[in-house]
Design a protein around this ligand. Structure first.
Ligand code: SF4
Length: 434
């Protein structure tokens, strides 16, 4: 959406309304919301209300799943200094939330002293990680300042951290030189270099700033040579904060996501982190987990409810269907809603196929995840994703989805979902046209 708006030089759409927004069953809706609010006081949302998502830093670090120095290491020696615990004790000044939210996850951090004194920003795990451990940086003052300026430039905090870590990796390997960075010593761990290069990217300044502003996929293409080996993205979107070498359900889930490596398209990291599966392996059965969760994420997004509330829908699809019916007055069963989630996934898949990027060869993990085994001593040593297990996982996922071995929805599946009018896209792809 942002890219489409950008290409049209459209900055924002402002809407002003003069009528109320009503729901179909006001009393029933109020009762339902009250119940969800009560549940928000429970354990499902505890993390968001206390340390916030930065709690993940130490959890992932202990699992060797905290990608460090552009997926070189899977744990960070400076994790304690950038943990949710440390952040809350030394930097968080205020916890706020969106209007009427019972969880209030928003942790506002302020730098109390030093070169970035006074810098203020909201900090979530993903951006703390991308501009912290992923760049080898253990200074929260610089990470808060980095987040602040990224927000001012209107750039994505995950993508920026990944693109800077990529550039640092290239610099450390001599693929780009100090001359090309305009004198910035872009080694891992250099907090001042992080701030300096973000400004350059934001202004598209200099040869490197201009190239990195394109994101890692395009930047690797423009730099050429071996640069692609260090570019960590899926379908052009930079990887989020999970080491896919040690969280392999997530590796499969992110690879098939229609938006690329997005942690908000499915929660495939959850069974890995919670120990529900052997996270060092991809095996049959993961396809169903990913498909079920993906369908539900599609609906949560379409209902426009906060994803942090997902743990409060104790009755799963029943709660979500109820929510919809109370708000719209349109009867909805859990079964119909599950099918809607599936329809969204198939529609998005068809969109990608039509645009030439929706088939099996695009469902893959980055070079570094497959070719750079975890070097850290411990249970994760040597872990990386191989083509054989990716093939097992993709076959399984496609069969659960009712897609061909090339990842194209079958005409029967599209008909069952009421998408007959778009079957021509799948037929064309199956004839080798996509
Ligand atoms: S609605 Fe979501 S993002 Fe907003 S404060 Fe509540 S939990 Fe946080």
């Amino acid at each position: 959406m942002g890219a489409v708006m950008g290409s049209k030089n459209l900055k924002a759409v402002a809407v002003r309304g003069t009528h109320d927004v009503n729901v179909a069953n006001l009393e029933g809706f109020k009762e339902f919301i009250k119940m969800i609010h009560e549940r928000m006081k429970g354990p499902a949302t505890k993390k968001y209300k206390t340390l916030g998502t930065p709690e993940n830093v130490l959890v992932l670090n202990s699992l060797f799943a905290l990608a460090t120095r552009n997926w070189t290491n899977a744990s960070f020696e400076g994790a304690d200094k950038v943990s949710g615990e440390y952040l809350n004790e030394h930097y968080v000044k205020k916890i706020v939330g969106c209007a009427t939210c019972g969880m209030r996850c928003d942790h506002i951090a302020v730098v109390p002293e030093g070169p970035y004194k006074g810098s203020t920003s909201r900090l979530e795990f993903e951006c703390l990680w991308s501009m912290g451990p992923l760049c080898g940086i253990d200074r929260l003052d610089a990470i808060i300042e980095a987040m602040r300026i990224v927000n001012e430039y209107g750039m994505d905090g995950i993508s920026i951290g990944v693109v800077v870590a990529f550039a640092m990796d290239l610099y450390e390997h001599g693929i780009i030189t100090k001359e090309q960075t305009d004198g910035i010593d872009l080694r891992f761990g250099n907090a001042e270099a992080l701030i300096a290069i973000i400004h350059k990217i934001g202004k598209r300044e200099g040869w490197l700033g201009n190239i990195l502003a394109e994101g890692v996929a395009k930047a690797a293409e423009l730099i050429g040579g071996d640069a692609y080996k260090y570019a960590c993205h899926i379908k052009g979107l930079e990887l989020p904060g999970y080491d896919l070498r040690t969280l392999k359900t997530a590796a499969l889930g992110f690879s098939v996501s229609f938006r690329g490596a997005c942690h908000l398209r499915n929660g495939a990291y959850s069974p890995d982190v919670k120990g529900k599966v052997n996270r060092f392996k991809i095996e049959k059965g993961r396809g169903k987990m990913i498909a079920d969760e993906g369908n539900m994420y599609n609906i949560i997004d379409s209902l426009i409810v906060c994803k942090f509330s997902r743990g409060t829908y104790y009755d799963g699809w029943k709660d979500l269907a109820n929510y919809y019916t109370l708000a719209t007055g349109i009867p909805m069963t859990p079964e119909e809603m599950t099918k809607d989630g599936e329809r969204i996934e198939n529609l998005a898949r068809l969109f990608n196929i039509r645009e030439g990027k929706g088939t099996r060869k695009y469902d893959d993990v980055p070079y570094k995840i497959k070719n750079y085994p975890v070097p850290d001593e411990g249970p994760a040593k040597g872990a990386c994703v191989n083509d054989e297990e990716m093939a097992i996982g993709l076959d399984d996922y496609y069969s659960v989805r009712g897609w061909t071995a090339d990842g194209v929805p079958t005409v029967e599946k599209l008909k069952a979902l009421g998408l007959d009018d778009l079957a021509y896209i799948a037929e064309k792809a199956n004839k080798g046209g996509a």
